[in-house]
Design a protein around this ligand. Structure first.
Ligand SMILES: [Zn+2]
Length: 262
């Protein structure tokens, strides 16, 4: 094969048309002379050499890792939206979020805890959902006097409630106040690249001045048409000084290799 390839070079004084004809003939000869496996092997070798790698596989380039703080917010069912903002009310877009189709709405509500402590203006996120949910950082929950458990969004078993106040009405939520568990949204290509499945946990290492930290228990939330994005809450983001971060890295925790298996 090397001989055939070497012959492709244009010879001195050779007319361009002759050269093109000869290349065509050579390519035809190559196509019949070498199997698909041969060609694939050569292409792979060239690629590996080009990329300066010795590994047996070429991993696809990952999507850019985005780490965002998800500040306290409320999700509303359509029913609750209409109680709080009036019959026929619809959410209107204040700002589009990184994930396509999701937005911070212009609407805000007051979140009231026991002993009438409250957060006066908590942003509603759209679109509406089946069940209303209030996502708070621990600092918010403590200031409201609510003992909010760490939960994956949508898991409302044994969660406390609160009172929501809008311009047209009041909703007493029986449950659904949580501190959202830190998580990473991934599309199919990201799941494959990191070698994880929905529900797995990962580590996120963040380098920032004076606050370099590894956050464990980052839950993988996979889905179609999802962009790679880590969501932390404001407590976590502030603790690691995310605004000043110079490097973020997401990886699978090392499995324990000790013989006792502990
Ligand atoms: Zn999220």
């Amino acid at each position: 094969m090397q001989t055939a390839v070497r012959q492709q070079g244009k010879r001195d004084g050779e007319p361009v048309r002759d050269f093109q004809k000869r290349v065509k003939e050579t390519m035809t000869a190559l196509a019949t002379q070498y199997s698909r496996a041969d060609v694939e092997r050569v292409v792979r070798d060239v690629l590996l050499k080009h990329l300066g790698r010795n590994g047996a596989t070429v991993r696809p380039k990952p999507n850019p890792l985005v780490v965002n703080i998800s500040a306290r917010h409320v999700h509303l069912s359509q029913e609750h939206l209409e109680i709080l903002f009036g019959k026929g009310a619809e959410l209107t877009v204040f700002r589009w979020l990184y994930q396509e189709g999701y937005f911070a709405a212009e609407q805000t509500v007051a979140v009231v805890g026991p002993r009438r402590r409250m957060l006066p203006s908590v942003r509603v996120l759209g679109p509406c959902r089946g069940d209303s949910q209030v996502e708070l950082a621990f600092t918010d929950a403590i200031s409201l006097g609510i003992d909010a458990p760490v939960r994956i969004s949508g898991d409302h078993r044994d969660t406390p409630g609160c009172v929501l106040v809008g311009p047209k009405g009041v909703v007493e939520l029986q449950r659904g106040v949580i501190r959202a568990m830190r998580h990473v949204h991934m599309g199919p290509a990201d799941l494959e690249y990191y070698g994880v499945e929905n529900g797995d946990v990962m580590h996120l290492r963040v380098e920032s001045p004076g606050c370099t930290t590894v956050l464990e228990d980052i839950v993988v939330r996979g889905g179609e048409k999802i962009k790679l994005e880590v969501h932390l809450d404001t407590d976590e983001g502030n603790a690691i000084n995310l605004d000043q971060a110079t490097k973020v890295e997401l990886y699978r925790p090392e499995k324990c290799r000790c013989s006792s298996g502990q």
